[in-house]
Design a protein around this ligand. Structure first.
Ligand code: SF4
Length: 386
């Protein structure tokens, strides 16, 4: 048995464990277990610094989960968009392939609680119809292996899936949606990365939510993936008490970038059963984005998105940078709230400013540059972001 598998085996999972370790009332612990079971592996447990801290909140069951059972089981309507078992086909050229119900840690905010935990919730017996669907749908060029966590499969099992996917010529990109680099980085072994790199292009989207999750172990895991030519992106969820402030997000994004993980998304928390206590106002996310863009490297600035309830997919949200716009110009503010005018191109015009610029003589180009310089800085009093 590999180290990561031993750590899974030694996880906190039972009601008695919860009572003993976290001092949860036995009856409440029983109800929480029925609602959504716990799995806290020893590595992630070791990251907790004090009760109620951002790591604790993500993994320790909380009575608040039982006070909020109104939301839908499947808020993103993944099952409605599932043409065959294990596949969700929401976007034109991409498909989600659920390959296991197991995870290295069960996150209390999980949107897929309905699928996660119990081995029978995602069955390997139905893989064949999933492969056939992917074979028949030639428009699908990108398959995201998810679950659960695909890296809960053994290397052998995962390789069987990859071999089969690589036999489908129209599938260009395979993505692994895995939280393992964050919650159980010991899973990223030399053998695993050696195997994965035979099936390129492979990408990995992982899921760090707080800078305390960036450790020597997780840096090593992400480094091994990057060294194997697997670009790693991060999807994080904005959560009250976990990362709902600029400083934490800044540290997280910069820390990720430093270990070669590209921040990809910040999600608004989904309307998930038992997870309402994690939700923040949208303004919190917009304010964070406002203080990231321009203030830290653009490489470290993710997209802020709402995954639309009912299956509308990811919709990006931006702080408001447009002050006004007419047919001649757009007036914008930058990250310091300085105001700039940018001349627009009239609709129907075949000649852009840029092509005009390229055709001019050097002398005329110079005069255009100075004109651009002149309109560059029109400072007006600071306007607060709406
Ligand atoms: S790892 Fe992902 S699928 Fe598993 S419990 Fe956490 S959020 Fe849910």
């Amino acid at each position: 048995m590999e180290l990561w598998q031993e750590m899974i085996r030694n996880s906190i999972t039972t009601v008695d464990h919860l009572v003993e370790k976290f001092n949860i009332d036995k009856e409440v612990a029983g109800k929480l277990d029925e609602f959504f079971q716990a799995r806290i592996n020893p590595y992630y447990l070791s990251l907790i610094r004090y009760p109620g801290d951002p790591i604790w909140l993500q993994c320790v069951p909380d009575i608040k989960e039982l006070e909020d059972l109104d939301a839908e089981d499947d808020p993103l309507h993944e099952d409605d968009m599932s043409p065959v078992p294990n596949i969700t086909h929401r976007y034109p050229d991409r498909a989600l392939f659920l390959v296991t119900s197991q995870c290295g840690l069960y996150c209390r905010f999980c949107t897929r609680k309905r699928k996660v935990g119990d081995q029978t919730k995602i069955s390997m017996r139905t893989f064949e119809s999933a492969f056939r669907y992917l074979e028949q749908h030639t428009e699908i060029s990108d398959v995201i292996l998810s679950g659960g966590d695909p890296l809960m499969l053994t290397d052998t099992m995962l390789e069987k899936i990859l071999i089969r996917l690589r036999q489908i010529k129209h599938i260009q990109v395979i993505r692994l949606g895995s939280k393992m680099p964050c919650v159980l980085p010991q899973r990223i072994t030399p053998q695993l990365v050696e195997m994965l790199k035979k099936y390129h292009p492979i990408y990995c989207n992982t899921h760090f939510n707080h800078p305390w999750e960036i450790t020597e172990e997780s840096k090593k895991a992400c480094g091994m993936l990057a060294d194997a030519g697997i670009p790693v992106g991060n999807q994080c969820v904005l959560m009250k008490g976990v990362n709902d402030n600029t400083e934490t997000m800044k540290q997280l994004m910069k820390g990720l970038l430093a270990m070669r993980v590209r921040p990809y998304y910040i999600y608004m928390a989904d309307l998930t059963k038992g997870a309402n206590h994690f939700r923040t106002p949208i303004k919190v996310g917009l304010d964070i984005m406002d203080k990231l863009r321009g203030h830290i490297s653009g490489l470290a600035v993710p997209h802020f998105v709402v995954d639309a309830p009912g299956g509308g997919g990811k919709i990006p949200l931006l702080p408001n940078y447009v002050i006004s716009q007419d047919e001649n110009k757009i007036v914008l503010r930058n990250f310091k709230y300085n105001i700039y005018e940018y001349p627009d191109v009239r609709e129907g015009s075949q000649i852009t400013d840029e092509s005009m610029f390229m055709r001019k003589s050097p002398r005329r180009r110079k005069s255009l540059v100075s004109k651009k310089e002149r309109i560059k800085k029109i400072k007006v009093p600071v306007i607060q972001n709406s």
